[in-house]
Design a protein around this ligand. Structure first.
Ligand code: PLP
Length: 243
């Protein structure tokens, strides 16, 4: 038996209102942090979300979406109104999935090892493209998370800078779950410090333009500490039943 999916009208309205409210809030936070209201981009994180709700935010002008899983994204993208939206892969990427995703998204935010970077480089060269990527930093050194440790960052960047077909555009992080806003802000502050240090080193073929940090629960703190992409899922689309 197949279950037919019926959209929930109330939820459609709520998603639109949430999107507008969060966008306003992101702009306010950017201004409060001394930046322009369009200096921080709002990414709508669409993992587990049915296309009809994603299309709602796209109709309202959302210009950046993030998906976690290669299979899920490839499965639903034909149902999305994608004409003028940038798509980023933000979830953990296995090397054996690179072939399927390189060239199908505008950025891979989750480069977490040299091995993965080399595979992206190889596949991108074979496809005749350059893949824009962020390096994911495991700022809290958590075993449950992917991403490289901060002390390995510089060496990784120097090695990736020598590869063809891959271009590093900045950094991404998911901080540990924190007890207080002050605590999470310290993680974001440290990330911003690495971002600036590396930017000042002017590594050949490495651009430090993007600092992707902040999610539904902590995007305000992230913007205050220098983030320029916040990745917001549940505050727009509602709580997820799984991951
Ligand atoms: C799910 C996810 C988000 C969004 O999380 P919310 O708390 O729902 O806003 C952001 N970034 C990554 C990498 C995610 O996997």
């Amino acid at each position: 038996m197949t279950e037919k999916f019926t959209p929930d009208e109330k939820k459609l309205v709520a998603v639109g209102e949430n999107y507008k409210r969060i966008l306003d809030r992101v702009r306010e936070c950017a201004v409060k942090a001394g930046r322009g209201e369009n200096d921080v981009r709002l990414m709508c994180v669409t993992k587990t979300v049915e296309p009809i709700y994603i299309n709602r935010v796209l109709e309202l002008g959302a210009d950046l979406i993030g998906e976690n899983r290669v299979q899920e994204y490839l499965g639903k993208r034909d149902s999305l109104k994608l004409e003028s939206v940038e798509r980023h892969l933000i979830g953990h990427l296995q090397t054996n999935k690179v072939k399927q995703i390189a060239g199908e998204v505008d950025m891979i935010e989750s480069v977490s090892s040299l091995k993965l970077a080399k595979e992206i480089s190889k596949v991108s060269q074979a496809k005749g493209i350059i893949s824009d990527c962020l390096v994911e930093v495991n700022i809290g050194r958590e075993e449950s998370k992917s991403g490289i440790f901060a002390e390995e960052l510089e060496e990784l960047l120097y090695e990736v800078s020598l590869l063809e077909g891959i271009k590093i555009k900045g950094l991404m992080t998911i901080p540990p779950i924190c007890e207080s806003e002050a605590q999470v802000r310290r993680y974001f502050e440290r990330m911003y410090g690495y971002f600036i240090d590396i930017r000042d080193k002017k590594i050949h073929n490495v651009d430090m333009e993007i600092l992707s940090m902040g999610m539904s629960g902590d995007f305000e703190a992230a913007v205050a500490e220098g983030s320029n992409i916040v990745r917001v899922g549940s505050a727009i689309f509602g709580e997820r039943k799984y991951f």
